[in-house]
Design a protein around this ligand. Structure first.
Ligand SMILES: NC(=O)c1ccc[n+]([C@@H]2O[C@H](COP(=O)([O-])OP(=O)(O)OC[C@H]3O[C@@H](n4cnc5c(N)ncnc54)[C@H](OP(=O)(O)O)[C@@H]3O)[C@@H](O)[C@H]2O)c1
Length: 303
């Protein structure tokens, strides 16, 4: 049998922050970490939804759950969240960059960037950069960035990151998820070159039953898209299976910074976590550095 949540080592004394913790894979991540004794800061964009999720976990007998307001579509909100965590806790052991959106109609973030690139990539990069100093001297500090199989068809549109021309809902999702894995690997290489003990990982869930696909359909899908999802339905695994690769990256003693985990079966769509293929663009240091510098410029224009 493959790795399961029973294999997660004791997390007592560890402080974790999970983005998008109110539902789906973020909620599962929070639940599993709290079950193993971690204190988990549930970073949610909507306080009401976050509070409802926290109450649900408390009724399951869990404790050590805190709530933090975080809207990744607004870099000012990211700055406020990081400052508040610093003030309240002053340290962090684990950051799980989990929140995400998929395939909305073209929209812009508060700072004017294409929404999927902004929420999935730029907001998480900005958050990570703000929180790394709090992780620097912590035992077994880890940053886990959640990507997707969409990285394999993703392409960085260097000449039009904002999709001002010919917006493609899934193309923009692919770009943002490729950016996630490029960021995770580039972060690992930068941490290593500074002899930092913090490690950076990437993980993807395959296809898991969460609110991601229903939300994509509701916001911009047509009946063809609905039909494709219906046909794919038998392939979807539960969110408690889909969450395993990111939990493995977050907790397994054998996991090594710079690695990428995903499900082992059906070409990475489902199954137990294993180390898996990385999109070629993310293996290219020049492309990773280019994206890093560009992203930093976009983030710093507004801080
Ligand atoms: N499920 C899959 O099959 C699948 C496949 C590949 C990759 N993934 C990745 O897995 C991660 C988790 O997704 P999921 O499947 O659990 O989806 P989900 O059920 O839709 O959950 C997404 C979470 O992200 C939050 N979020 C959205 N926009 C945000 C913003 N601006 N600021 C802060 N939080 C925001 C959502 O908050 P609200 O509830 O307030 O909207 C929600 O908590 C994502 O990165 C996704 O790309 C999922």
């Amino acid at each position: 049998m493959g790795w399961t949540i029973n294999d997660i080592p004791c997390q007592e004394g560890r402080l974790a922050l999970v983005t998008g913790a109110n539902i789906g894979l973020g909620l599962e991540t929070t639940r599993s970490l709290a079950q193993k004794g971690a204190t988990v800061i549930m970073a949610c964009r909507n306080r009401k939804k976050g509070e409802a999720a926290r109450r649900q976990l408390l009724t399951e007998g869990l404790s050590g759950l805190d709530l933090l307001e975080l809207d990744l579509a607004d870099l000012d909100s990211v700055g406020r969240a990081a400052a508040s965590l610093n003030e309240q806790y002053g340290h962090l052991n684990l950051l799980v960059n989990n929140a995400g959106i998929m395939a909305p109609p073209r929209q812009l973030s508060a700072q004017g960037y294409e929404l999927q690139f902004a929420v999935n990539h730029l907001g998480h990069m900005a958050l990570t950069q703000r929180l790394l100093p709090l992780m620097a001297s912590q035992a077994d500090a880890r940053v886990v960035t959640v990507t997707s199989g969409a990285q394999y068809f993703g392409r960085i549109r260097w000449d039009d990151l904002n999709w001002t021309k010919r917006y493609d809902r899934y193309g923009a999702y692919g770009q943002s998820k490729l950016a996630n894995v490029m960021f995770a690997l580039e972060l690992q290489s930068r941490l290593q070159s500074k002899n930092s003990s913090v490690q950076s990982f990437a993980a993807h869930p395959g296809i898991a039953r969460t609110n991601l696909q229903p939300a994509a359909l509701a916001s911009g899908g047509n009946h063809w898209e609905a039909l494709v999802y219906r046909l794919m339905d038998p392939l979807f695994q539960s969110s408690s299976m889909g969450v395993l690769p990111q939990l493995y990256a977050a907790t397994a003693p054998n996991a090594q910074g710079g690695e990428h985990y995903g499900p082992a079966q059906l070409g990475g769509l489902r199954g137990s976590p294993t180390q898996c293929r990385i999109a070629p663009a993310a293996l290219d240091p020049q492309q990773r550095q280019r994206l890093w510098i560009l992203s930093e410029k976009l983030i710093n224009t507004h801080t």
